[in-house]
Design a protein around this ligand. Structure first.
Ligand SMILES: Nc1nc2c(c(=O)[nH]1)N[C@H]1C(S)=C(S)[C@@H](COP(=O)(O)OP(=O)(O)OC[C@H]3O[C@@H](n4cnc5c(=O)[nH]c(N)nc54)[C@H](O)[C@@H]3O)O[C@H]1N2
Ligand SMILES: Nc1nc2c(c(=O)[nH]1)N[C@H]1C(S)=C(S)[C@@H](COP(=O)(O)OP(=O)(O)OC[C@H]3O[C@@H](n4cnc5c(=O)[nH]c(N)nc54)[C@H](O)[C@@H]3O)O[C@H]1N2
Ligand code: SF4
Ligand SMILES: [Mo]
Length: 685
């Protein structure tokens, strides 16, 4: 008799965006065949976006890395795990001895689990003796972490996704929510149906423009000016929340003095937003009992990113829209687990739970927990600084897990120089990426479908990732690879892990905000939002309840407007901004493996306004040359009113017309985030 096929459904978390949808992976006789949404999940509610539906395809793609590779005479040769890991261990030891621990850098990954990020940062610190560990949050929400920690005392989204449905005014800026956080976008539309007013502030026309009650279109890089302008109106007209300001904040007088300068007339000159629109938007935002601010990369990816974030915080506090349901400042974290990668200390300045490496008590605690005396006491360096240090010969070796800087970092010609200058580069990925091509050793990681762990969504909700199939080929879970390597380097004593749960048990012990988030509870409850300090604690849905800010009082910063690092001139008369499209994710390694997603958007394009196109004799779909001070690319033109005159937009997903050949690596001085959202460019037919 023929055997009955074995069918399984495994509940897990989507590996794309930070919304944190959960769904079932469908497995037939050990093979992954699709996904089914989960009706009872509070975010998914039985729905998924198109990336979610197709998120299993890259897992089974023929191009997956299945064996370790070692470069010999410029060519990759397949190797055994023993051979590859022994070589990595030997080279890391050699470089550390020859040049010191800080000549090495480690990139962790917001694609991998909390457990894997914890193990990676522990490896860098306890085994390799350096705080040079960072990840893509640096390119993303580093300014959020810095800005909100300074104003509120905690650098995370203040409220949760489901709450947004009950806000009565929603101010969205620098977030293309429907395309980039679709299931959050759905909640915004649900709020609209319940009567909420939507204010969109975005230079481009995006899908939300069709639903917004007001759409203010600022010149890119002028966010501090228009936010100060809104506060000018709100304070000037007495629409601010005096009681909240008096009881729960400090620094108001300085703020008031500064924003007095930002009259609607002045703001119109800086930002191009008509003054009547600014006044109306300010009154509307101040009128809600529950007004919520939603922002993302349009706010953070600037040399003034931290200032922009502080400005959003000022606006929410001035109107008392903090510490209550459906209010707050809500940075939408991008990657499936970028919140978790930060929480677990894959940052050069903190251990897990934001415990600072420069704080002696915190350091002592980890020295004891990790049985490692003399943990490094100084802050490490960040992603872009690491690439610069590599080009300057100060960093000699880099270990990259699950990042693709050869497409995602600014000024990739310079990144290439840095990576090629290294004595040793290890890349641990699921595909042979543009970055992996440059490596000396490539290690095949297993995807989310092939391992256990947890991801933390944008609203701080920790959820399980569950193994549905065996790792493809000889690929191994990232935590297993690093654990094995630590063992080979003689630190098996502190890397005793046999399962992802073993790692979470340790995280619970050393990380106060995750102390009560155990696998047992997650299996019962489905999700838990941090801070969750004990096993009998229900977790924290929204932060700073009743005006009790994590830092004590909320702190206003009087932030003057500063121009972006590079402005248009005669040679480069256009402002270029970059970002994303709905159907692709980042460097395309995963989404470009899907036929359905490629069919929607097969390659890159530059959005250019009809007036700018006509002046250059460019028609829709023509191949054009876009150049900046960093380089030049050829790319199809999309002639469209989506961008105003003088502004062009390029999505950064496509290696054949890579936006990051062009972008400016200038950094925010505090958060060290690069200015992906503004530089000067020229387009030629
Ligand atoms: N489909 C898809 N979804 C994703 C991702 C993906 O690659 N693809 N990536 C994920 C990640 S990691 C992230 S961080 C998020 C990012 O999500 P978003 O931040 O929503 O995406 P972006 O396209 O980078 O930019 C957002 C908006 O900023 C606007 N903008 C440009 N310049 C300025 C400016 O100077 N000021 C303001 N206020 N706005 C400006 C753009 O017009 C755009 O509408 O998306 C996540 N979700
Ligand atoms: N011009 C421009 N550039 C930008 C941005 C922009 O708006 N404009 N946005 C920036 C932002 S917000 C971000 S977050 C960054 C993202 O930058 P990156 O993180 O460098 O980009 P990804 O393509 O997400 O890289 C993730 C890598 O992890 C691999 N991977 C997936 N799952 C696993 C796994 O389980 N294990 C391992 N080992 N590997 C895995 C994927 O194949 C991929 O190569 O890009 C930044 N770059
Ligand atoms: S909204 Fe985000 S988490 Fe949900 S299915 Fe789409 S990509 Fe996945
Ligand atoms: Mo991001």
């Amino acid at each position: 008799m023929e055997a009955i096929p074995e069918y399984n459904c495994v509940l897990t978390t989507c590996p794309y965006c930070g919304c944190g949808c959960q769904y079932y992976l469908q497995v037939l006789d050990g093979e992954l065949i699709g996904v089914t949404p989960c009706k009872t999940h509070p975010i998914s509610q039985g729905k998924l976006c198109i990336k979610g539906w197709n998120s299993w395809q890259y897992v089974v793609d023929q191009g997956r890395l299945t064996k370790p590779l070692i470069k010999k005479d410029g060519k990759f040769v397949e190797a055994s795990w023993d051979e590859a890991l022994d070589l990595v261990a030997k080279k890391l030891k050699e470089l550390k001895e020859k040049y010191g621990p800080d000549a090495l850098g480690y990139l962790s990954s917001a694609k991998t689990t909390n457990e894997e990020n914890y193990v990676m940062m522990k490896f860098a610190r306890a085994v390799m003796g350096t705080n040079n560990v960072d990840h893509c949050a640096r390119l993303c929400h580093a300014s959020t972490v810095a800005g909100l920690a300074a104003t509120f005392g905690s650098g995370a989204m203040t409220n949760s996704i489901p709450e947004i449905e009950y806000a009565n005014v929603i101010l969205i800026t620098g977030s293309n929510t429907i395309e980039q956080h679709p299931l959050m976008g759905k909640r915004i539309l649900a709020a609209k149906e319940k009567g909420a007013k939507i204010i969109l502030v975005d230079p481009r026309a995006i899908q939300l423009s069709n639903f917004a009650d007001m759409h203010l279109r600022q010149r890119p890089g002028t966010d501090v000016a228009w936010i100060n302008g809104m506060m000018n109106v709100i304070i000037g007209e007495g629409l601010y929340d005096k009681e909240f300001v008096e009881n729960f904040t400090e620094g108001f007088e300085e703020l008031k003095k500064l924003v007095a300068e930002y009259t609607p007339e002045k703001v119109e000159k800086i930002s191009g937003i008509p003054k009547e629109q600014l006044v109306e938007a300010a009154r509307l935002y101040a009128s809600g009992d529950a007004s919520s601010i939603v922002y993302s990369m349009g706010i953070t990816q600037h040399t003034t990113g931290t200032d922009n974030v502080k400005s959003c915080a000022n606006l929410a506090m001035v109107t008392g829209n903090m510490g209550k349901p459906s209010t707050g400042v809500n940075p939408l974290r991008g990657q499936n687990n970028v919140q978790g990668a930060c929480d677990l200390g894959a940052l050069p300045v903190v251990y897990s739970g934001y415990q600072k490496v420069i704080d002696e008590a915190a350091r002592k605690k980890f020295e004891e927990a990790w049985n490692t005396p003399n943990l490094p006491p100084e802050n490490g360096i960040t992603v872009v600084e690491m690439m610069n240090a590599a080009a300057d010969g100060k960093i000699k070796g880099i270990y990259i897990m699950g990042e693709n800087p050869m497409l995602s970092n600014p000024d990739i010609n310079h990144v290439r120089k840095g990576l090629e200058n290294l004595e040793f580069l290890v890349v641990q990925d699921i595909f042979l990426t543009e970055t992996a091509e440059l490596a000396d050793v490539v290690l095949p990681g297993a995807t989310y479908a092939e391992k256990d762990g947890t991801f933390t969504a944008t609203d701080r909700q920790v959820q399980r990732v569950r193994k549905a199939i065996e790792p493809i080929g000889e690929s191994r879970a990232d935590w297993e690879i690093i654990t094995d390597l630590a063992n080979r380097m003689g630190r098996g004593d502190i890397f005793p892990y046999k399962s992802a749960k073993d790692i979470m048990d340790e995280i619970n012990r050393v990380t106060p905000s995750y102390a009560g988030i155990t696998y047992d509870r997650l299996d019962k409850l489905g999700r838990l939002p941090w801070p969750c300090p004990a096993e009998d604690h229900p977790g924290t849905v929204y932060l700073h309840k009743d005006g009790k800010f994590t830092r004590g009082k909320g702190l206003f910063f009087a932030v003057p407007f500063l121009e972006p690092a590079e402005l248009p001139d005669d040679d480069y008369p256009l402002i270029m901004t970059t970002g994303r499209v709905m159907f692709h994710f980042h460097t395309g390694t995963m989404t470009r493996k899907s036929r359905e997603l490629n069919r929607e958007v097969p390659t890159g394009f530059v959005e250019i306004n009809p007036a700018d196109a006509e002046a250059r004799k460019i028609s829709d779909k023509d191949m054009v040359k876009v150049s900046t001070r960093r380089g030049e690319i050829e790319i199809p033109a999309m002639v469209t009113e989506r961008v105003p005159e003088g502004i062009i937009f390029i999505p950064f997903h496509f290696k054949e017309c890579a936006a990051n050949v062009l972008t400016n690596p200038a950094l925010d001085p505090v958060a060290k985030i690069p200015e992906f959202k503004v530089c000067a460019a020229q387009v030629k037919a």
